[in-house]
Design a binder for this molecule. Structure first.
Ligand code: GUN
Ligand code: ZN
Length: 445
């Protein structure tokens, strides 16, 4: 392992209902934000998007390519999960605790197992296959504190030619001995992993302090030093998820002006920084994230499961100081690998806040919005020609109940595809994902 599979670089054409976002439907009307071709052809050459348009227009020019007919299906960009923990795959659905107790009771003992490279590789393989079955082709992924856990993950991602971002957890206090590093070892181990993996294939490295409670100020500053030393690294951490957590951070860092300020003054609030949750953040913190062009990963299944709270998506999407937002499953606190199910819960969180999340807004969060949160919109998240051909095919009649719900045909009217898409977001899961393509190559586990 360790080498990408040597499959020929694929060229092919997919026929079906093409649907992607070209702009943000939180800020522009759906008709401008969404690209919709009811009977379309998506042309893939050398693993990248070469063209898209009506089938009748493109049929002849691309008649030489193998054609896969997905008529009656939605063809969309692969989903992007902006926050998930691969070592927590096996501890999904851990009963009865909120964040801080949940970490001590379930998470830390589970992550201990990832010192063992063969265990880490087995779970990394299982995790990536689960993502792909669910139509997720890119993710920003927490590994564990052990460098072996990152090696195993990147090897598994490279073998599948995936665009994945991950990093070693930094944690030098308030965790069991067996999971603690130090500012020096955390820095050195991260640096070695960056030198080996960052930029290899489609992989990128995220400097990953778990959260401010489990890192000393010295460790947070060492993390910032890595961001200064290497171009294009990400910063990936948790922020203001739970009220007890926020109070604890205030006690641990009394000299700082709140949770985000701890990250800010240690040099971690930047354009390529992704903060999971942000459920409890203040107006001033929203403004600071906007100014820094940092992103929030909205993780609704996790926020509901751990009883953390209701994310203020409307505030993040304010015109005056917008913050980039992607969707995160946050498995194992999250309860599903499906971005469809994650959008379902995002819709309900919005409902509880007396807001409506439209189907196209949800599609945006799961695709182009996630790509923007990861500064990858020039590569993934839409069907713009030149982009990488990470593609999914959804079947609006995948189950008997979906077939009943979606008896009406999808027509040229945007409202008909919005309705079918909404039913998939609310009722769909991995059963609705008929196919996943990685750089134009069909995934089969
Ligand atoms: N905050 C610190 N660590 C974690 C984690 O593993 N999961 C979640 N949801 N929040 C965290
Ligand atoms: Zn998390």
């Amino acid at each position: 392992m360790g080498q990408p599979s040597a499959a020929p670089v694929p060229s092919l054409a997919l026929r079906g209902t093409l649907l992607d976002c070209v702009a943000d439907p939180f800020f522009v009307p759906a008709a401008e934000a969404v690209r919709y071709v009811p009977d379309g052809l998506l042309v893939v050459e050398n693993g990248h998007i070469a063209a898209l348009g009506p089938f009748t227009d493109l049929q002849d020019p691309y008649a030489h390519l193998p054609l896969v007919d997905y008529s009656g299906h939605l063809i969309m960009p692969g989903f992007i999960d902006t926050h998930v923990h691969y070592p927590q795959t096996g501890m999904i659905a851990a009963y009865g605790a909120q964040l801080l107790e949940w970490l001590n009771q379930y998470t830390f003992p589970t992550e201990r197992q990832f010192q063992d490279p063969s265990h880490a590789r087995r779970i990394a393989d299982l995790f990536l296959d689960e993502l792909l079955k669910n139509g997720t082709t890119t993710a920003l992924v927490f590994a564990a504190v052990f460098p072996e856990s990152v090696e195993a993950f990147f090897e598994a991602a490279l073998a599948r030619n995936l665009r994945m971002i991950s990093g070693k957890v930094l944690m030098d206090r308030h965790a069991p001995d067996y999971l603690r590093d130090t500012p020096q070892t955390g820095y050195a181990q991260s640096k070695a992993l960056i030198e080996k993996w960052h930029g290899r294939g489609r992989l990128a490295y995220a400097v990953t302090p778990r959260f401010a409670a489990t890192s000393t100020e010295a460790q947070l500053k060492a993390a910032a030093q890595l961001l200064d030393e290497f171009p294009d690294l990400y910063l990936h951490t948790h922020l203001s998820e739970n009220v007890n957590e926020v109070a604890w951070i205030r006690e641990l860092f009394p000299q700082y002006d709140g949770y985000l300020d701890v990250y800010d003054q240690t040099g971690l609030v930047r354009e390529r920084s992704v903060f999971a949750h942000g459920v409890q953040i203040t107006e001033a913190e929203f403004r600071r994230l906007s100014e820094a062009k940092a992103a929030i990963s909205f993780c609704p299944t996790s926020n509901l499961f751990l009883g953390s709270g209701l994310f203020r998506l409307d505030r993040a999407k304010s015109a005056a100081s917008p913050v980039k937002v992607g969707l995160g499953t946050d498995v194992g606190a999250g309860t599903s690998f499906s971005l469809l199910q994650t959008a379902n819960e995002a819709y309900k969180v919005a409902q509880l806040r007396r807001q409506a999340l439209s189907p196209f807004q949800a599609l945006f969060l799961a695709t182009l919005g996630g790509a923007q949160a990861l500064c990858l919109e020039d590569k993934i998240g839409s069907f713009n020609p030149g982009n990488e051909a990470d593609i999914i095919v959804l079947n609006p009649r995948a189950t008997p109940l979906l077939a009943l719900r979606n008896q009406a045909p999808i027509t040229a009217d945007l409202a008909t595809v919005a309705d079918a898409l909404f039913s998939l977001l609310i009722m769909g899961d991995d059963r609705a994902v008929a196919a996943t393509y990685i750089l134009g190559q069909r995934f089969s586990p």
